[in-house]
Design a protein around this ligand. Structure first.
Ligand code: 5AD
Ligand code: SF4
Length: 444
């Protein structure tokens, strides 16, 4: 294979979860440190990193069509690296199927990208899907740039092994990043302009670490400490598991003003039999108990979740239990998915796979119920006054878009700038967003 020049520009395309967005940013920072600069919008990049998602079949298939789309009219391609969870799960297959791909790098190995690029520039194809004992974080450059909202991975991997899920295989075992590293990264993000930090983890509420005084603390302890950073005004975290919800974290929702009143707590299904078959290790009732306690601590908390319909063996009656749970909770927003068999997971070989048309009918019914609740939640916020963190310009002239404390998209007009914290009266609502009237700027 002929040698290739070291790329001068890059583009990272991240798919899937917020952790992939975070990883994508970190890869960009790493490449920039090597003198490879981000390709300007609309221009071709010398190096394209496809940072992929393997959680459901459709997401994984996308990789191959994206690789095809990168081919130029003269038949050549940029230097292509496939990263993320598809790389981890199907690295060898990608190399076989797609000669244009020169690098395959797993989620725990991307700090080695610079070295891989040098090897690829010599004309060799290279795969690194190791899960090294030393974590990638120590090898990544310090954070220097941030928008008003930033992600911060505090915990990674999963030991829960839900029977449908690839994450324990693609992201590896649960690992908490050290407390001191997180405080340091948070301070740097805030210095770089972040006003809101979302703490990320596949089981973020399982995070634990030793604080500066040598005390073992949980996520609530970390949140309380981050809340002391003066210019950090908002803290969020995602995604939690019902079984790792501690009393301390629930209390923090009532006591830490900077912790936003929003909780994404996936339940997946409303039937205890299905939950057991999913190896969720909680019941519908124990899940509802957690929500009840969080609501007692923070009555206005907005709730979110994930659902899977058509898990193998799910009956009509069991699906009705999911709808009943939705009715019982009254979610502000939710994600819902058709079950997708993932190779290597126990559920993929379960015999009673649910027919596609049944799955379609169920997801339509579920999404109608969730849509109804989301619209109702937004409608109920009309008349309230709240702070909005301005994230970007809206599509209409003079319009801005930010988030309410309850993670609603809020559109409004006025003389503000990205990163401002403003006070807004919510005046109208729809399914996807609410509109507001600017009252004042709280912090510019
Ligand atoms: N099929 C469908 N949905 C899935 N999820 C995870 N694995 C699968 C699968 N095999 C969903 C779960 C999880 C979210 C991130 O993706 O709802 O909470
Ligand atoms: Fe997947 Fe379950 Fe772990 Fe969530 S808790 S990442 S669904 S295995």
């Amino acid at each position: 294979m002929p040698s290739i020049e070291i790329p001068r520009t890059y583009r990272v395309k991240s798919f899937g979860c917020q952790m992939n967005v975070y990883d994508g940013e970190r890869m960009g920072e790493l490449l920039a440190e090597q003198g490879i600069t981000a390709a300007p919008e609309g221009e071709e990049a010398d190096l394209v990193v496809l940072n992929t998602c393997h959680i459901r079949e459709k997401a994984a298939e996308k990789v191959y069509s994206d690789i095809g789309r990168l081919r130029r009219t003269d038949g050549s391609s940029p230097l292509i690296a496939v990263a993320g969870c598809v790389a981890q799960a199907e690295g060898d297959e990608i190399m076989k199927r797609s000669p244009a791909v020169k690098m395959v790098v797993g989620p725990q190995a991307y700090h080695r990208l610079p070295e891989m690029i040098r090897v690829a520039a010599e004309g060799k194809r290279v795969t690194d899907t190791d899960m090294p004992a030393e974590t990638k974080f120590g090898a990544l450059p310090r954070r220097r740039r941030s928008g008003p909202t930033a992600f911060l991975t505090v915990q990674e991997g999963c030991d829960k092994f839900c029977t449908y899920c690839v994450v324990p295989y693609t992201r590896g075992a649960e690992v908490s990043r050290p407390h001191a590293d997180l405080i340091d990264e948070a301070l740097r993000l805030v210095d770089a302009g972040a006003r809101e930090i979302t703490l990320l983890g596949q089981n973020v509420n399982a995070w634990t670490g030793e604080d500066a005084k040598g005390r073992q603390v949980g996520l609530d302890g970390l949140i309380r400490e981050l809340a002391e950073i003066p210019d950090l005004v908002r803290i969020r975290y995602t995604t939690s598991h019902p079984n790792d919800f501690t009393g301390g974290l629930i209390a923090a929702h009532g006591e830490v003003a900077k912790l936003m009143p929003f909780l994404h707590l996936p339940v997946q299904a409303g039937s205890d039999r299905v939950l057991k078959a999913m190896n969720r290790s909680h019941t519908a009732e124990s899940y509802l108990k957690v929500l009840e306690k969080v609501r007692a601590a923070r009555p206005d908390i907005a709730l979110s979740g994930d659902f899977i319909v058509g898990f193998p063996g799910e009956t009509d009656a069991e699906f009705e239990e999911t709808l009943a749970l939705v009715d019982a909770v009254g979610y502000a927003q939710c994600f819902s998915f058709k079950y997708s068999p993932r190779a290597g997971t126990p559920a993929a070989t379960m015999t009673e796979q649910v027919p596609a048309e049944v799955m379609t009918e169920r997801i339509m019914r579920l999404q109608a119920a969730l849509g109804r609740d989301q619209t109702a939640f937004n409608a109920a916020s009309v008349g309230k006054t709240c702070e909005v963190l301005v994230e970007r310009k809206g599509k209409l002239p003079g319009q801005w878009l930010g988030k309410s404390p309850w993670l609603q998209s809020v559109y409004f007009e006025g003389d503000v700038a990205v990163g401002d914290l403003v006070r807004v009266e919510l005046v109208d609502s729809g399914y996807n967003a609410v509109s507001g009237r600017l009252l004042e700027t709280v912090a510019a």
